[in-house]
Write a protein that binds this ligand. Structure first.
Ligand SMILES: Nc1nc2c(ncn2[C@@H]2O[C@H](COP(=O)(O)OP(=O)(O)OP(=O)(O)O)[C@@H](O)[C@H]2O)c(=O)[nH]1
Ligand SMILES: [Mg+2]
Length: 372
């Protein structure tokens, strides 16, 4: 083989467990690159350059320059040698080490582009070599090279000497984990079975799966709320349980969906814990949800929020709703709804519209909820 490229990727990284993937700025990333100027002398940096490939565009530029230089060097070598071998002598030159880099780039603008894998330089291509005799077509030549056959210049019909094709340099490779940063304007946040999916179906044309068991939803469902002059996207986020920040009930993945919404709509189940039923009262649901959000990422619960009190059709819910209003009085607006019968949905849509459009909004703080 004319050259060896070894790539060893460590164990598959879990996209939800990338250390430092939150809050690490692009500049920190650049600082990790050995191409950075703080490496000491330029020569020192150059010598490291030749053994490593990086995904970062700045690094790629430098790599490209290095490869160009190598090609030029090889061309002049080829010209000065009498054996006319046009194959670049690259053995051992391009050996790259796999690198795991976080926050390679954040694409924020429409049309923004980034090079994440550079194509290989050269070979010069058929055009540069003129007409090929049939038995010297590039593929045959490459196969023969791999067998170790010797090559001489051949004569074309017109009598001009042409060199066999050259393979060129390999391109770089990148394995990327792409992360969607923003999924919706509003996130429906609640415990399993609170009725989030039913609610999304009631306020939009989305048709998410509904089930009377926990964790029916494992991926966010999206729905659009269209107003005359305005449209908002609502995400039905999978249910969170206590300990979600420690990844209980796939909490890490679900909490990260919440990071990608602008405002929060806490959905609580009024019937939970009612009349000796299994479950926890709505104010405790709110407290637990806020705690999980804050444990996952400080300030995550400090987004504009409203509360949706679902299942007002259940017997005995009036007392629970009054109790809920008393315990969170003056904190965030409460919208009582029955998602299955679509009661209270019109008022809720107006509330979501105000919230998402940045009108008057309130934040639901832990201290503002009376639990005992
Ligand atoms: N009585 C009553 N039941 C409801 C209401 N809304 C939803 N439900 C029921 O509550 C159960 C859970 O509904 P889902 O919409 O799947 O709940 P979810 O919050 O999406 O649950 P996960 O996906 O597990 O997080 C289903 O049996 C629904 O029929 C409601 O307004 N009243
Ligand atoms: Mg659901």
């Amino acid at each position: 083989m004319p050259y060896i490229v070894q790539k060893e990727f460590p164990a598959d990284p879990d996209p939800w467990d990338l250390p430092g993937s939150l809050g690490t700025s692009a500049s920190e990333f650049v600082d990790q690159s050995p191409f950075n100027n703080n490496l000491g002398s330029t020569e020192e940096a150059e010598s490291q350059d030749k053994t490593q490939l990086y995904f970062h565009p700045g690094s790629m530029l430098k790599y490209k320059t290095m490869v160009k230089q190598l090609i030029q060097d090889n061309r002049s070598d080829a010209l000065s040698h009498s054996d006319h071998s046009s194959e670049p002598q690259m053995e051992g030159v391009v050996e790259d080490e796999a690198q795991i880099l976080y926050n390679v780039i954040e694409l924020k603008e429409k049309g923004q582009r980034v090079i994440i894998a550079q194509g290989g330089e050269g070979g010069p291509g058929n055009v540069s070599l003129g007409k090929f005799p049939k038995d010297l077509r590039p593929l045959k030549h490459e196969a023969a090279m791999n067998r170790g056959d010797a090559f001489d210049f051949e004569e074309t019909d017109g009598g001009a000497a042409v060199a066999p094709s050259s393979i060129g340099f390999p391109g770089s490779e990148s394995i990327l984990i792409l992360e969607l940063k923003s999924i919706a304007d509003v996130g429906l946040v609640g415990m399993p079975n609170a009725g989030k999916s039913t609610l999304l179906g009631a306020i939009s044309r989305a048709k998410p799966t509904v089930g009377h068991y926990a964790f029916t939803t494992l991926r966010p469902n999206l729905g659009n709320l269209n107003f005359d002059d305005f449209s908002i996207t609502v995400a039905d986020i999978p249910g969170l349980i206590k300990g979600a920040h420690e990844n209980r009930g796939l909490g890490h993945a679900f909490l990260r969906y919440i990071e990608r919404t602008k405002v929060l709509a806490f959905v609580v189940d009024l019937a939970s814990g009612l009349d000796g039923r299994k479950g926890i009262p709505p104010w405790e649901q709110l407290r637990d949800l806020i705690l999980e959000l804050e444990h996952h990422q400080e300030g995550l619960s400090s987004r504009p929020a409203l509360i949706i009190a679902n299942k007002i059709d259940e017997d005995g819910e009036e007392a629970v709703l009054e109790e809920l209003k008393r315990r969170v009085k003056g904190v965030a607006p409460i919208y009582p709804v029955c998602a299955v019968l679509e009661e209270g949905v019109a008022e809720l849509k107006d509330g979501l519209r105000d919230l998402a459009s940045g009108g008057e909004s309130s934040v639901l703080n832990m201290e503002d909820i009376v639990v005992r």
